[in-house]
Design a binder for this molecule. Structure first.
Ligand code: ASP
Length: 466
């Protein structure tokens, strides 16, 4: 008999059905044994009575322990009025078991799965992530993450955006973060790097005429683990052609409001349209470029979005030279374009750059880009690149821009942070299926790990561990 999900039992009162899943909990009341059977949809109460099961199945029923995987055939029956459980989707029914088949046994888990695991030692949770993900809170985090991703994809798809996968094995760019490097076995002495963001590819897609691009993109940054960071994380990466700053901000704002209101009616967006602060105002008033504007910081359902705009384009670096504040591709606000080309008033140049903050976190940022070679070149010269470096690292961008690049701009949203805030989770590890720990290790897979000498030799890698 075809297996049905526990949630489907409510429509099948009086019918014989087969369900399958994990034994979430087991209550032995002497004459009757109850299981809560768990599948992807939730829990179903199963009633095991010897007179219905017969001897053989009763023995099986008594042997089964929590987290064993079972298949149960039985009759769906309505629960007595007193037994109705409003907290369960299946709370009005139960399954009177007729036959129980054990599909797999399970060891006793290292922590209790039928409770919230947030208090359990995190190393243990990460080592046994597949068990942690069985717990209700974690499973909800992963499922709600998917709902947000799907809603964004639908919103953007409906507006003519194309999701394009860009390359993961690529070339390093000095966009700010240290990159992971991958030895290129077929090109001894050469390396790919993993992208810190698909920035250049999305701009090249604009040059290619895609016009409206997005990607749920994995990004990689090999940085020391400060605070709540992950070496790999997910951005909703986004770019549009023939737009100004306002156009990008408006469509993202509409998307964020739409997604939250559709999926999470319990949340309240404090102010719509989102307030806009200049960088200077934010710093003067809140001493932060990602101010927390919530009127009630204890309200878990309050969402205070705000845009921060008018960032300085350049800032001094540690060595006294200029560096960009966002990435080298940002354009100035139109009224500062001449200053950029003339390389004058550098500290006063304002970028066409915007950040989106939510409850005190930066959840996204982007800019209108330089789409003409002379403007990109001017930025690179201001930050101290010589001709050779420019040609080596940005030659392909400058060349592309010589072939009719349209004006364009975009942004990237930090999806892990957004989901963590929406799920009221204190850190992004709670909303990533398989995160690294605070030392960038995957404790479950045991990565990073050593490689056999032959693999290193193949990759032309010699170790220098001093
Ligand atoms: N690529 C940028 C980042 O990762 C975002 C953008 O400007 O679109 O921060």
């Amino acid at each position: 008999m075809a297996r049905i999900f526990t949630s489907q039992t409510i429509g099948k009162v009086g019918e014989i059905v087969t369900v399958a899943g994990w034994v979430h909990a087991r209550r032995d009341m002497g004459k009757v044994l109850f299981y809560d059977l768990r599948d992807k949809d939730g829990l179903l109460q199963v009633v095991c009575v010897p007179s219905e099961l017969g001897d053989e199945n009763t023995t099986v029923a008594n042997t089964v322990r929590p987290e064993w995987v079972v298949q149960i055939e039985g009759i769906v029956q309505v629960r007595g009025a007193k037994q109705i459980n409003d907290k369960l989707v299946t709370g009005t029914v139960e399954l009177l078991a007729k036959k129980i088949v054990v599909l797999n046994e399970a060891k006793t888990p290292p922590f209790e799965i039928d409770k919230d695991t947030s208090g359990v030692n995190e190393e243990v949770r990460l080592k046994y992530r597949y068990l942690d993900l069985r717990s209700e809170r974690m499973a909800n985090n992963i499922r709600n993450r998917d709902k947000v991703f799907q809603a964004m994809r639908r919103f953007l798809g409906d507006r003519g955006f194309t999701e394009v996968e860009t390359a993961i094995l690529t070339k390093g760019t000095p966009e700010g973060a240290r990159e992971f490097i991958i030895p290129a076995r077929q090109h001894p002495g050469k390396f790919y790097v993993l992208p810190q963001a698909p920035q250049q590819f999305k701009q090249l897609l604009m040059t290619a005429g895609i016009e409206r691009y997005f990607q749920m993109a994995k990004c990689f940054r090999d940085e020391d683990q400060r605070g709540d960071r992950q070496p790999e994380f997910t951005q909703m990466d986004f770019e549009m052609s023939f737009v100004e700053q306002e156009d990008v901000m408006n469509i993202i704002e509409e998307m964020m409001i739409g997604v939250v209101e559709k999926l999470m009616p319990e949340k309240k967006i404090q102010q719509k349209p989102f307030p806009r602060l200049s960088y200077q105002e934010a710093m003067d008033k809140y001493q932060s470029d990602k101010p927390d504007l919530r009127e009630d910081k204890n309200d878990p359902n309050l969402l205070a979005f705000c845009w921060v705009v008018d960032f300085p384009m350049f800032e001094k670096d540690d060595r006294g030279g200029w560096t960009f504040t966002h990435n080298p591709f940002s354009a100035t606000k139109p009224e500062y374009h001449q200053d950029l080309i003339a390389k004058q008033n550098i500290e006063g140049i304002v970028a066409a750059q915007y950040d989106l903050a939510l409850n005190g976190f930066e959840i996204g940022g982007g800019s209108i880009r330089n789409h003409k070679p002379d403007a990109l070149k001017a930025v690179l010269e201001i930050i101290g690149f010589n001709e050779e470096q420019i040609a080596d690292q940005f030659g392909h961008m400058l060349t592309a821009f010589e072939y009719g690049a349209p004006p364009h701009g975009g942004l990237a949203l930090g999806m892990d942070r957004i989901i963590a805030i929406l799920q009221n989770e204190p850190n992004i590890r709670e909303v990533i299926a398989f995160p690294k720990d605070g030392n960038a290790r995957d404790l479950m897979m045991d990565a990073p790990s050593e490689l056999p000498a032959s693999a290193l030799k193949d990759a032309h890698v010699k170790l220098d561990l001093d």
